[in-house]
Design a protein around this ligand. Structure first.
Ligand SMILES: [Zn+2]
Length: 264
């Protein structure tokens, strides 16, 4: 098990543990300086990749136990969310409205193309299997998909290259999120935008459900953003911040936001 890390956003080592929110051996803490909530002992990505173990295999047992505990009603709610997510995945208009059109990068794209022609689709995907599939389809549409960690591969694209970037259900998994945002700032054209969707730690449902909140996934979710800490995070990387689902955000289990690179 890795040692407990300092705050990944501001570097502070003054962290308050929140033991009621994570079962052993996982440690969730809140930074006393910037209020970020995060997993203090994440699993090493490189070790996982070297062993050629997918998250899904390694933690399948834990996931199965969690499902059992949640019961039927919650599984139903999850199925509905899954359907909604698929519909949204198909809805290119949703992304076009927020990001415009052009060269579009999807980080953590799996084998999906969320933004087809007239966009030129690009991707970064950790799973070799998914990356191969995505690459094939993206090449046919003029783009390509790189396999590897987002925080590393983002720097392999040219500067000021993308018109838009999608990080949907991605940033909460990325241990090195400041690095991926730094790389995204470099790779986006001035005025370009990132669409970010992450679980909302300050949602009413989280406060009511405690450790049973569906946003908790140990250890594959490593950061638990609130609208305030997400705003801090993207502003630290040089972006302007805009909340997409501002209306009743306190009732929403997810945050949807835009990170906008200021026009030159
Ligand atoms: Zn901090």
């Amino acid at each position: 098990m890795s040692t407990y890390r300092p705050c990944p956003a501001c570097g502070s080592e003054s962290i308050s543990d929140l033991p009621e929110l994570a079962p052993d051996p996982w440690r969730i803490g809140q930074c006393d300086a910037c209020a970020l909530v995060y997993l203090r002992n994440p699993v090493d990505y490189d070790a996982l990749e070297a062993e050629d173990l997918a998250w899904e295999t390694k933690f399948a047992t834990e996931a199965a136990q969690r499902e059992k505990k949640r019961g039927r009603l919650k599984r139903f709610a999850r199925a509905v969310r899954g359907i909604a997510k698929r519909i949204r995945g198909d809805n290119q208009r949703f992304y076009t409205r927020l990001l415009g059109t052009g060269r579009m990068l999807d980080i953590g794209c799996a084998n999906l193309i969320r933004m087809g022609p007239p966009n030129v689709p690009f991707g970064i995907e950790l799973s070799k299997h998914f990356a191969e599939g995505a690459d094939k389809v993206m090449r046919a549409a003029g783009g390509y998909c790189l396999q590897g960690a987002g925080a590393e591969r983002i720097f392999d694209f040219p500067e000021n290259f993308f018109d838009g970037i999608v990080m949907s259900s991605y940033l909460e998994h990325e241990v090195q999120f400041p690095a991926v945002l730094e790389g995204a700032f470099r790779a986006l054209r001035p005025g370009g935008r990132i669409y970010i969707r992450v679980p909302n730690f300050s949602a009413l449902n989280r406060k009511v459900s405690g450790a049973d909140w569906p946003g908790f996934r140990h250890p594959d979710h490593v950061t638990y953003f609130t609208p305030a800490t997400l705003k801090d995070t993207v502003q630290r990387a040089g972006f302007d911040f805009k909340l997409v689902n501002r209306h009743k955000i306190w009732l929403d289990d997810n945050i949807q936001a835009l990170a906008i690179k200021p026009a030159a």
